[in-house]
Design a protein around this ligand. Structure first.
Ligand code: PEP
Ligand code: MN
Length: 334
């Protein structure tokens, strides 16, 4: 950490600062420049709130060099996190494909999508049962009944399943019927939920909040890992910008940033980012080319009649086409 002192700092104020730094267990070197006096502070600052130093009269600027996340950081674990299932591993070379409807709507619908995505080569069946909808009047999901249908469809087609949790109260149902628990963008900073999921033995997919930085996202992963659950998968789903043509702006650079900073696998959800099915194939290819560990894609047998997110859902045939075109990108990367 580097602290620049104010030019006119009083000696007594500098001493208050340096004494408190020593009390916190830090060492420091003083560098006296022409214009500024700088303190090079040495010691582990990962759990230290550097911003609180602005409370001191003598401090002009603080630069914290160390990232505030520990368990999610590559420094702590240079090898990539791999999460193994019976037939595939997340975090291995081959991208893992999650596909399915936004919401589970009926047995017929989820069975039909499960068949499509399984035949297309997807590994994981998605389906929302507890839906965090913007409007309280919009379809809220089939809840426990939906989880049971998702479980039935995924087991029938030998797929792993994933579904979004919105409340800690529902966790027992997820433990019973769901293989991977999804935390949606809206709950990325619901710390009580994250802490509860940190005690689960299920892998957690943590989507990036649409107004959150990469550092905040990794700090949320840290909440889960700090409770003992190391199996965290990140998912970029677009962030909010001034652009309105797309639903969100897909931040492909976050895939590369996560790879620089963390050992955790990172997926991309082009469906929620784009909000339009026409863009999904191109964004999927770009994401895989950028090094994403997998994709989450919404598929519906009849998007025109979907109870949620029909505009961004692929029809079965389009999904099959996407899977075929992805193979070319995957092969080119090998
Ligand atoms: C979803 O995947 O169903 C969903 C609601 O996505 P997000 O949390 O990214 O908006
Ligand atoms: Mn959706």
């Amino acid at each position: 950490m580097i602290i620049t002192l104010k030019k006119d700092a009083r000696l007594a104020d500098i001493e208050t600062l340096t004494e408190n730094l020593l009390d916190e267990g830090f060492h420091f070197e003083t560098v006296q420049g022409h214009h500024y006096t700088v303190l090079h502070v040495l010691g582990d600052t990962t759990t230290f709130d550097a911003k609180k130093l602005y409370a001191y009269d003598a401090v002009e600027r603080v630069i914290n060099i160390q990232e505030p996340f520990i368990r999610a950081h590559k420094k702590n674990q240079p090898e990539k996190t791999r999460i193994a299932f019976d037939t595939f591993t997340i975090g291995d070379r081959d991208p893992v494909i999650i596909a399915g409807p936004c919401s589970i709507e009926s047995e017929e619908q989820i069975m039909s999508v499960a068949k499509t995505v399984s035949e297309g080569g997807a590994h994981i069946l998605r389906g929302g049962a507890y839906k965090p909808r913007t409007s309280p009047y919009a379809f809220q999901g089939l809840k426990l009944e939906g989880l049971k249908l998702l479980h039935k469809a995924s087991k029938h087609y030998n797929l792993v399943n994933i579904s979004e949790i919105v409340s800690v109260n529902d966790l027992p149902h997820f433990e019973d019927y769901v293989d991977i628990i999804q935390v949606g963008a809206r709950n990325m900073q619901n710390y009580e939920l994250l802490k509860a999921l940190g005690k689960s033995t299920k892998p957690i997919m943590l989507k990036r909040g649409f107004g959150n930085t990469i550092e905040e996202w990794l700090m949320s992963a840290e909440y889960i890992m700090n409770e003992g659950n190391e199996n965290v998968i990140l998912c970029e789903r677009g962030i909010r910008t001034f652009e309105t043509y797309t639903r969100s702006t897909l931040d492909i650079s976050s895939v590369l940033a996560i790879k620089e900073l963390s050992h955790l696998p990172v997926f991309v959800d082009p469906s929620h980012a784009a909000g339009r099915w026409e863009l999904v194939e191109g964004l999927s290819k770009a994401s895989i080319a950028a090094g994403a560990d997998g994709l989450m894609i919404e598929v519906h047998p009849n998007p025109e009649r979907a109870l949620s997110d029909g505009a961004q859902s692929l029809k079965p045939q389009k999904f099959t086409q996407l899977m075929e075109s992805l193979q070319k990108i995957i092969a080119a990367l090998k």
